[in-house]
Each structure stands twice: as structure tokens, then as C-alpha cells.
Write a protein that binds this ligand. Structure first.
Ligand SMILES: [Zn+2]
Length: 112
């Protein structure tokens, strides 16, 4: 029973976030509301927000941000692969490190 509720909560969250991204351009206020609702669902049902959804919220002001619209994304230049996300509401910049997954997959192959 409990597992079902969480599953439904997760589903509702992803639907809301998809809608929020779609509405971000023509109706930012609605998008903000839908994103806020998705966040409330995650706290109410104690479901962890999936990584893809969490990325759409500013770490500082917790606003819903859309890449290319309300946030700027730049690539880091260091050897450590990372992206820098700048929130256009509070101008806060934070870094996300991209795990080197593809290169690890290659090294997993055992040469004969
Ligand atoms: Zn912000």
C-alpha cells in the first residue's frame, strides 16, 4: 500500500515537472507553481526527488529554473568534467560534476 502511494507520488512529480518545463516559456508563473507542487509532493510523501528533477531547482533560492531560460549552463574547464549552473533569479552559481561514466564503461572491457 505504502509503496504504491510513493510510486504514484513519483509519477505525479515527473508529470508536473514535465508540464512545468513546457510551460516555462509561455507561462512562467504556472510553471513555478507546478514545480512548487512537485516539490511539496516529494516532502509530503517523503520520496526523494529524482536527480533530473532536482537539477531544475536552484540550490540557493530554491526557485524552479529551466536550462537556457532561467539558468545559464556553462562547461567547466578543468580536467574534472563539470558544468556550472547560474540561476538567473539570485545569480547564484553552483557546480555539478559529471561522473566519467562512459570512459569507465570502456575500461570495464577486459582485453583478450
Ligand atoms: Zn537561485
Amino acid at each position: 500500500m505504502k509503496v504504491d502511494a510513493k510510486k504514484i507520488a513519483l509519477e505525479r512529480m515527473s508529470v508536473l515537472m514535465r508540464q512545468a518545463v513546457l510551460n516555462a516559456r509561455k507561462n512562467p508563473a504556472l510553471a513555478q507553481r507546478q514545480a512548487g507542487l512537485a516539490k511539496r509532493i516529494s516532502t509530503k510523501y517523503r520520496v526523494k526527488m529524482p536527480y533530473e528533477i532536482k537539477m531544475n531547482f536552484c540550490k540557493k533560492c530554491k526557485m524552479f529554473i529551466v536550462p537556457g531560460m532561467t539558468s545559464r549552463i556553462r562547461l567547466g574547464r578543468s580536467t574534472l568534467k563539470s558544468i556550472r549552473i547560474t540561476c538567473s533569479y539570485c545569480n547564484h552559481t553552483y557546480r555539478k560534476v559529471i561522473p566519467a561514466r562512459s570512459s569507465k564503461a570502456h575500461s570495464d572491457k577486459v582485453p583478450l
